[in-house]
Each structure stands twice: as C-alpha cells, then as structure tokens.
Ligand binder design. Sequence first.
Ligand code: GDP
Length: 438
Amino acid sequence: MLGNLGKNLTKTMKKLAGMTIIDEEVVKEVIKDIQRALIQSDVNIKLVLNLSKTIEDRALNEEPPKGVTAKEHVIKIVYDELVNLLGEKAEEVEIEKKPYKILFVGLQGSGKTTSIGKMARYLQKKGFNPAIICTDTWRPAAYEQLRQLTENLNLPLYGDPDNKDALDLARKGLKEFKKQDLIIVDTAGRHKEEKDLLDEMEQISAVVEPDEVMLVIDGTIGQQAREQALAFSQTTKIGSIVITKLDGSAKGGGALSAVAEIGAPIKFIGTGERIEDLEVFDPERFISRLLGMGDIRTLIERAEEIEEDVDQEAMDAMLSGKFTLKDMYSQFEMMNKMGPMQQVMNMLPGMGNKLPKNASQVTEEKLGKYKILMDSMTEEELTHPEIIKQSRVKRIARGSGMRNEDVKELLKYYQVTKKAIKGFGKRKMGGPLGQMMR
Ligand code: GDP
C-alpha cells in the first residue's frame, strides 16, 4: 500500500533498529531518510519540516524513560510523530440514532459509489440494514451501479433514473426509508460548474439533515486533497473522510496528511476495487504497519542478543586501538552465528555504519577464507599481526593451502578495519548523546 512510502520507511526503521549507537549523526540520517520518503509520497514540505524538527528535538533532548533503550526511544518518537501527522485516534462511525443519515459527497471518479457499496456492506456486517438513496441525476450510470451493488448485498435502494430533480429524489427516498436504522444518500459528483455542484450539495444537505457528511477523496491526488476538502467543507460541514485508492498510490501519504491537517477525521480508506477493500482507518495501526514495527521488534531483540554476546573488555580494548587479528577472528565467529553479513555489520557495537564500504562488503565466502588463513597462524601472529612479514606470509599461505596474495589481502582487510575502529573510538561523545552510547 502507498507505493514506496511503506517500503522506504520500513527500510529506515530497520536500519535504525540495527544500530547500536544512537548519536546525533544517526538521528539526522534517519530524519533525512524519513523526509525523503514523505516528500516522495507528496506530503507537504512544511509538514515534513515541522515533523523533522519535532523528531530531532525530542530524539536529541528527551531522556528515554527507565528501561527503554535510546534506540527504542527514537523509534517510538518517530512512530508517535508520524501518527500525529495522521490525526492520532481512530474514529468509528457511531450510529447513535434511528434513522442515522449519512450523506456521501465527493467528485466524480473519486470512488464515491464504490465506497458507498463497501461501507454499506461493512455496516451490514455489523448488524445494520443500510438503505441507499441515489440522488445523482447527473451521471446516467450512477443509479445502475448502485442497483447492482445493492442487489448483490440485498439492500434497499431508492432512485429513479427518469427523475432529474435531486432534491425531490432525496425527499422521496427519505420518506420511503423512515423506518430504516441507517440511510446512506449518494449525491452527484459532477456538474457543469463546480459552483452548481456545491450549491446542490448545500441544498440536499438542507433537505436530508444528515447526521454525518462523509467526503470521499481520491488518494492519488496527494496533497491537493486539502484544497478539495476545504472547498467541500465551505458548503457542508464535513464530518468524516474516506480516502480511496491507497492501494499502490504513490501520493497517498500526501493525501492522508493533508486531510488530517484540516481536522475532519479520516474514518475509512479504500485499498482496492473489490467490495471488501475498505479499512477502518486507525492512524496507530496504519503507521505501525507502514513502519514494519513487527519486524523492528525482532531486529531490536536480535541486536540486543548480539550485544550480550560481546565481551565488553575486548570491545573497550578494540575501541582504544588494540584491535588484533584475534579480535577480528572472534568477530567473524559471531557474524557466522548471527546471519547475513551486511545486517550484522550494522549491528556490531561500535561499528554501525562506520566501516569503510569495502570492509563491510566482505562476502561470506571471503570470511570463510580468512578464517582458514587465521587457523594457520600462531597465537603470536594473531595477537601481534605486525610481525607477519614476507617469510611468515609464505608459511601461512602454504599451511592453509592458499596463495601469498590471500594472506596479504587478509592483512589489508585487517588494517582497514583497525583504522576504522580506532577512528571511531576516538570520536568524542559528549552531552546527552554520550550517555546514549551503551
Ligand atoms: P464515483 O464516480 O466517485 O462514484 O467513483 P466510482 O465509485 O465509480 O469509482 C471510480 C473508479 O475508481 C472505479 O473504477 C473504481 O473501481 C475505482 N476505485 C474506487 N475505489 C478504489 C480503491 O480504493 N482502489 C482502487 N484501486 N480503485 C478504486
């Protein structure tokens, strides 16, 4: 759903979950990723900047609550603020009187008729018996479309394709369905002039006296949804919103955030053409899914397991520059145990993204080779690699059945890694961020 937005956000969150040290640099990188993802999804730039600022302020200044790691805290902040962007709480349709009247408005092609069918079925499943009135005198096929929908669902429909008076249709329909518990009124989505359409909306609204006006907006228009919602809300008080076509829409994030900003709750989202492709919109659940929170939990847990496995003394020695081939060997062992190379590299304490590209791109195959080479080294060579000169290189190669170049490659890899780790250990970690380093 939502094109690449979910994919990009999930990727960012996984990256974050894989990091062990959360410092300013990491926070900024995460925010950049989020900004990019949201802007690509057509979220308004001002909203994106506000969101970034809040996330940054909170992530860098708020102390994580007791028992919560710095990383979990940042993930939670990102989650909170994205939920905020979409309006926080889920709001259901509350059928609090009889008959409860819902007036559906929206431009032609927005998915209004389809959404009426979807919602009628949804409410039918909840035990209501929705009756539908068609007042769309403008689009000839509207009545027929509703007739088929209601026939399939076995629901009452009032309409008359020969009657061109929308207000008259509304009045007659209401009279016919007085005894129903729920009435859904469909309206036209197009007129010669936009003003005519909005005028008709106002008049029908006056006749129907709806308990709720539901505006249907096509999610593929992105942040323009805001203008559209505002135009409608000038004539009728919009009670709730349905955003359609979020399945695969590249601009869905823009539509959702733009609409949430004007205050009317988004109650449903359309996620496909079939009658069951309607979801009650719950910002919290929606964002959890978008961020891939389930997977993130697992990743955090795995990263924590790895941390427990790490010998802290060896770690400190490493960070102060005493990184030996033996340390590298045990790192390799751990990686083998933990799975995919790239992911584990990111999880390793102190390494994060700090390893040079070529170092983190060592393939599993190479790792195997390096291990065999190291198995042919003496204890002294492993703890003091600097003593490995030409004659030792030859001996190690022979002993392991490999070439001199392989030994040299391993030594080079060791040097690069050592340099990277040393550089990282020297970096100053002051202020509240320093405390985040665990
Ligand atoms: P109306 O003119 O507003 O009544 O729009 P319709 O209900 O006839 O829908 C217009 C088109 O959008 C139809 O082809 C629908 O199948 C399609 N549509 C409606 N909702 C969705 C949705 O959530 N996802 C997708 N992919 N298509 C939808």
